[in-house]
Design a protein around this ligand. Structure first.
Ligand SMILES: NC(=O)c1ccc[n+]([C@@H]2O[C@H](COP(=O)([O-])OP(=O)(O)OC[C@H]3O[C@@H](n4cnc5c(N)ncnc54)[C@H](OP(=O)(O)O)[C@@H]3O)[C@@H](O)[C@H]2O)c1
Length: 387
């Protein structure tokens, strides 16, 4: 039996991971589960999956759980979310936390010889070089969970790295794909949360609306597949049926297709390959699918994608700073403190005031992250006065 721990078990990816585990009870047992706020959901998970450990954010939550489940090992507090990632040697750790808080648990898991199924793309954006180097040094795998990166990993199976011309990430284009610049000024939180093809957690849904999500994914792909930025392309594909493609030097394109359902890439990550039993997830019916369309991203209306490429190419602390500023701005938008267009303006402002300090350690990463957060919060406060 493989032990699987899920960091962020009560979120969108976490609950879908548990759904996949339900299909493979003969192969997996649950090591650790975490929640931040959703204690009653976690209790239901304890009842069903009998994890060895759980993590909650405070003592009150811990006391509430211990009353009903005196036998489960319960940790609490901010450091516990990192400690638990390395608590079970050789487990498979699914990192479904949101934001750069996922960095330390990823490192901790690697140090405990755990392979990491990584949904938490912010970890690779902010600290990709250090994390990939650490995984290589210890000899564990960083397995993509993001549907685009899972698709690319599947298309690359069996081919030499030198045969690849470029990676092509598909993007739905988000809810504002067809909206003009003027109208973008007035979009609401509810508009931004209405993603046309995927149901996801709030932060990634906002990132999809600004196209920052695709920018984060470009940097994620750069680290996962050791691919230069000039060989990573983005194409808008509104139907979200082709999850990404690889173009080879002989001109052939390989694509991975499927109904938009994260349980498929999650399952591929957990099994590290294809299921031998038939999955219950929705199938594509090619005969009734209609047309698949493709277009260029609009770099003018959605500057986040350009900014992400620039930061990726500049390297150093730029991707870390971009990511942290975006986290602060996206969360402020989710609290209705700033307008939609302010999100990327704030990221730009913070980057303009960043002097690229050398990045050689995790402490350097955390310093750049801290700088960006503090500055972004100041700007949010100033802009919030006029909102
Ligand atoms: N959702 C998708 O379809 C999808 C697809 C591809 C990639 N991803 C990536 O996967 C990651 C997770 O996304 P998601 O959509 O699943 O997010 P989500 O639904 O917001 O879930 C986040 C999880 O992290 C927990 N959490 C949040 N803040 C925390 C904190 N300060 N300390 C400890 N735990 C905390 C949440 O706990 P509570 O439940 O208690 O709030 C929840 O369990 C992101 O990096 C995202 O970009 C998501």
């Amino acid at each position: 039996m493989q032990t699987v721990s899920i960091l962020g078990a009560t979120g969108s990816i976490g609950t879908q991971t548990l759904d996949v585990l339900r299909q493979h009870r003969d192969r997996f047992q649950v090591g650790a589960l975490t929640t931040f706020r959703r204690v009653s959901e976690l209790k239901a998970m304890i009842e069903e999956f009998e994890p060895q450990h759980v993590v909650v954010s405070n003592k009150q939550q811990r006391d509430e759980i211990i009353r009903d489940y005196p036998k489960v090992d319960i940790l609490y507090g901010a450091n516990a979310y990192t400690e638990i990632a390395g608590a079970i040697q050789d487990a498979l750790v699914v990192n479904a936390f949101v934001g750069s808080m996922g960095i330390s648990p990823t490192i901790k898991a690697i140090e405990a010889h755990c392979s990491v199924a990584l949904a938490n793309k912010e970890t690779l954006v902010a600290a990709g070089q250090l994390v990939m180097a650490k995984a290589k040094e210890v000899g564990v795998r960083i397995i993509p969970v993001d549907s685009e990166h899972s698709a690319i990993a599947q298309c690359l199976q069996g081919y030499e790295a030198q045969s690849v011309e470029r990676l092509i990430l598909t993007a739905s284009g988000g809810p504002f794909r067809l909206m003009d610049q003027e109208a973008l000024q007035y979009v609401t939180l509810a508009d931004a949360l209405a993603h046309p093809t995927w149901r996801m957690g709030p932060k990634i849904t906002v990132d999809s609306a600004t196209l920052m999500n695709k920018g984060l994914e470009v940097i994620e792909a750069h680290h996962l597949f050791a691919m230069p930025f000039d060989q990573i392309d983005v194409v808008v594909h509104p139907q979200s049926i082709i999850h990404s493609l690889v173009e080879f030097k002989d001109g052939a394109l390989l694509a991975q297709l499927g109904a938009p359902d994260m349980r498929v890439p999650i399952q591929y990550a957990l099994l590290e390959g294809r299921s031998l039993t038939t999955s219950p997830y929705k199938r594509l019916d090619l005969k009734t699918l209609g047309s698949l369309t493709f277009e260029s991203p609009d770099w003018g209306r959605f500057p986040a994608l350009r900014i992400a490429y620039e930061c990726g190419r500049l390297g150093g602390g730029y991707p870390t700073v971009m990511n942290a500023a975006n986290e602060v701005a996206a969360q402020a938008f989710l609290r209705d403190e700033i307008s939609f267009l302010s999100i990327v303006d704030i990221v730009s402002d913070v980057l303009d005031r960043y002097q690229n300090d050398p990045i050689t350690s995790l402490d350097d990463i955390f310093a750049a992250d801290h700088f960006a957060r503090a500055l972004a919060m100041e700007i949010v406060f100033e802009r919030g006065k006029d909102h």
